[in-house]
Design a protein around this ligand. Structure first.
Ligand SMILES: *Cc1c(COP(=O)(O)O)cnc(C)c1O
Length: 355
């Protein structure tokens, strides 16, 4: 109908996944609370499908350039992807990444179900060498919480040559800043909980792939094992996604400004900011104790785990016992929101001044 109208990602995040444009049809897909559907259609049952999931999957699939499946959480999505692995498979994974994903891989390794080869995501040559004989190369970029960046194209090419599937956790970049499938990855995983939903009120995950066989296996896994999204969560995620482009623009501008000011603060030893995105990690002088003091001293910044909401939050990551030992004890992970940057700086710099 409107073929020929240019649609960049910032436009499609607003327009994709709408119901057919008919008189009096709602502009956006409403939330459909239903376990039971009249027989004879494509859905069949509430564990197999729901129009509110489909809307979310259309948007994410379109933005990433593949077909999407929504899951109950980011970890339900990563668990489904790991179900693709044959028993005894070799998996190449980062030595630092979201701890829940690494815990899932370690659990399987401890059970003797896979062999794990862990390397820094920045070690492209090492990843390429480790991919030989592996079934899967798992990447996360930028990594949580060290914010290291992988060369996805090079790693995916090496994995493909070795016959391994490349999976990229794209939670921190979002498809507006990085599209791993275009760089040669086979599967993208998201914690929709974070920037995509964006308002700290939803737990949800998704997988996107260009591989139809992988899609079918993940769909079958979701139908059988039941880690399905709630329709309300899917609806809220689409509602949040509509503003992703403007939220990202503002939060990224704030993060860039704060990163440069933090580099000049005497209490900050290291600033980890990849030059894009809304996350910034800092290592503060005086170790864990002074990092905890900063967390206790802020007022506007929220002390909480999770990230990617409109509100700025922070936490010391090593407070979690299974966090990677590659993460410094003094590291504070900052999730930069969309508040006024001067207010954010005033609060954070005052807290840093106390140590
Ligand atoms: C939070 C997070 C996850 C896990 O997602 P949940 O929605 O909390 O299950 C996976 N990967 C990254 C990078 C995350 O930040």
């Amino acid at each position: 109908m409107d073929a020929g109208i240019p649609r960049s990602p910032a436009t499609r995040v607003v327009t994709t996944g709408r119901p057919a444009a008919e008189p009096d049809a709602p502009l956006n897909e409403p939330v459909t609370f239903a376990s039971t559907f009249h027989a004879g259609g494509d859905v069949g049952y509430g564990r197999y499908g729901n129009p509110s999931w489909t809307a979310l999957e259309s948007v994410l699939g379109d933005l990433e350039g593949g077909r999407a499946l929504a899951f109950a959480s980011g970890l339900a999505a990563s668990s489904a992807v790991m179900s693709l692995l044959p028993e005894g498979a070799v998996v190449v994974a980062p030595d630092c990444a979201y701890l829940g994903v690494l815990d899932q891989l370690r659990e399987r390794a401890t059970q003797g179900r896979l062999t794990l080869r862990q390397l820094p995501v920045t070690d492209t040559d090492g990843i390429a060498a480790a991919a030989k004989g592996a079934a899967m190369v798992w990447l996360e970029s930028p990594t949580n919480p060290n914010l290291d960046v992988a060369d996805i194209a090079a790693a995916a090419a090496a994995a493909r040559a070795a016959g391994a599937l490349t999976v990229v956790d794209n939670t921190f970049a979002t498809p507006l800043l990085q599209r791993p499938l275009e760089l040669g990855a086979d599967v993208v995983v998201h914690s929709v909980t974070k920037l995509l939903a964006g308002h700290s009120d939803v737990v949800l995950g998704a997988v996107v792939t260009t591989d139809d066989a992988v899609y079918d296996r993940l769909d079958a896994h979701r139908r059988l094992h039941g880690a399905i999204p709630g329709p309300m969560e899917a609806y809220l995620a689409v509602r949040g996604l509509r503003t992703l482009s403007v939220r990202l623009e503002r939060a990224q501008a704030n993060a860039t400004e704060l990163a440069s000011r933090l580099r000049a603060h005497r209490s900050v030893n290291v600033v980890r900011y990849p030059g894009f995105g809304t996350m910034c990690s800092i290592e503060v002088a005086g170790g864990a104790e002074s990092a905890d003091a900063v967390v206790a001293a802020v007022g506007l910044w929220v002390h909480s785990t999770s990230l990617g909401g409109v509100e700025s939050s922070l936490e010391r990551r090593r407070r979690w016992p299974t966090e990677s030992p590659t993460v410094d004890e003094s590291l504070l992970r900052l999730s930069v929101g969309i508040e006024d940057v001067e207010d954010l700086w005033a609060d954070l710099s005052r807290a840093l001044d106390t140590i």
